[in-house]
Design a protein around this ligand. Structure first.
Ligand SMILES: [Zn+2]
Length: 212
C-alpha cells in the first residue's frame, strides 16, 4: 500500500468521525436518534438528556407532554427516563416529533433556534433566527388540558392584542378562540370582559390594563 492511499484512507476515516452538525457548511439540525433499552416490562430512554440538550426545552414539560400524549406512566431519572411499560422507539419518535414540531420549530423560517415565552396565557414560540413570534399551535390530543379551555360570557381575561381586524377591532388569540376587542390597538395588553361567544369567536370589551 502506498503512503498516498494510506493518507486518503485516514482522511476519509477522520472525516466520517466528525459529528454531522460540526461539519463546516452543513447547517442541518437533527434530533439524536432515540436510544431505548428494555428491562422486563419497563423501557429505559437512555439518551433523554442528550435530546433535551439538543431541543433546549424544559425536560419536565417535554416528558409531561409525551407521557400524557401516550397515556403512559414514567419518570425522569437523571438524564434517563424510565417508562413503566414497553414503549417502541417508533411510537416515542412520533410523540417527540410532535413535540418538536409544536414547541421547537419556527413556523415562519423552519429553524429550531427558538425559545418559549408566555403572552396572555398563550405560549408563544419566539424565533432567534428570524424574529418571528407565533402562538404555539397545539394539535388536538397533544395537550388535552390546555386545549380544554372554555371561554364563557362574563369571563374576565388577560389578553394580548396581536393584530387589528379589518373593522379596526383589536384581535387576540387564546388557543382555538379568536377574541375581538373593539377600540384597542395592536400590541396592547388588556383585561377584557367577555360579552359574546359564538363557536370560536369571542367579543369582549376592555375593562382595564393588564397588570404587568
Ligand atoms: Zn424563524
Amino acid at each position: 500500500m502506498s503512503d498516498e492511499l494510506d493518507y486518503d484512507n485516514l482522511l476519509a476515516r477522520a472525516y466520517s468521525n466528525i459529528p454531522e452538525e460540526d461539519r463546516i457548511g452543513d447547517v442541518r439540525w437533527a434530533v439524536p436518534v432515540i436510544d431505548l433499552m428494555y428491562e422486563g416490562r419497563t423501557t429505559v430512554w437512555k439518551n433523554f438528556g442528550d435530546i433535551m440538550d439538543t431541543i433546549r426545552r424544559d425536560p419536565v414539560h417535554v416528558l409531561g407532554q409525551i407521557l400524557r400524549s401516550m397515556g403512559s406512566a414514567g419518570s425522569q431519572e437523571g438524564r434517563r427516563v424510565v417508562f413503566k411499560s414497553v414503549i417502541t422507539a417508533d411510537k416515542l419518535k412520533e410523540k417527540l416529533d410532535e413535540y418538536v414540531t409544536t414547541y421547537v420549530i419556527c413556523g415562519e423560517c423552519g429553524k429550531p433556534d427558538t425559545h418559549l415565552v408566555k403572552e396572555s396565557r398563550t405560549q408563544v414560540i419566539a424565533c432567534e433566527a428570524c424574529g418571528a413570534k407565533r402562538p404555539v399551535k397545539v394539535k388536538k390530543g397533544l395537550t388535552a388540558k390546555e386545549a380544554r379551555t372554555v371561554i364563557n360570557v362574563g369571563d374576565e381575561l388577560d389578553v394580548f392584542i396581536q393584530d387589528v381586524g379589518r373593522m379596526g377591532d383589536g384581535l387576540a388569540k387564546i388557543e382555538r378562540y379568536t377574541i375581538y376587542v373593539p377600540g384597542v390597538a395592536k400590541g396592547a395588553k388588556v383585561k377584557i370582559k367577555v360579552e359574546k361567544v359564538s363557536g370560536d369567536l369571542v367579543i369582549g370589551h376592555m375593562v382595564g390594563k393588564r397588570p404587568v
